[in-house]
Write a protein that binds this ligand. Structure first.
Ligand SMILES: [Zn+2]
Length: 65
C-alpha cells in the first residue's frame, strides 16, 4: 500500500465523509460513520444527517478543524 500525501488524504477523507452514508433498513434510519474520527451518526433523513454531520465537525469533533 502506498503512503498518500496529505492533500490526497484530505480529499479522500472529505469524499468518504459524504459517501459513507448508508440507509439502515432495520432501524429505518440513515447511518454515517464519519471519516474525521469514526464517530457514528444516525438521522431520520439525509437533510438531518447533513445538519448533524456539520454540527459534529464544527462543534464536537477536533479532528477536522
Ligand atoms: Zn469527528
Amino acid at each position: 500500500m502506498e503512503i498518500p500525501d496529505p492533500f490526497q488524504t484530505f480529499v479522500a477523507k472529505k469524499y468518504a465523509n459524504s459517501k459513507g452514508l448508508v440507509y439502515d433498513f432495520f432501524a429505518k434510519e440513515w447511518y454515517l460513520k464519519t471519516a474525521c474520527c469514526g464517530e457514528e451518526l444516525y438521522a431520520p433523513n439525509k437533510k438531518t444527517m447533513t445538519k448533524i454531520r456539520l454540527y459534529h465537525t464544527r462543534n464536537e469533533c477536533l479532528g477536522g478543524y
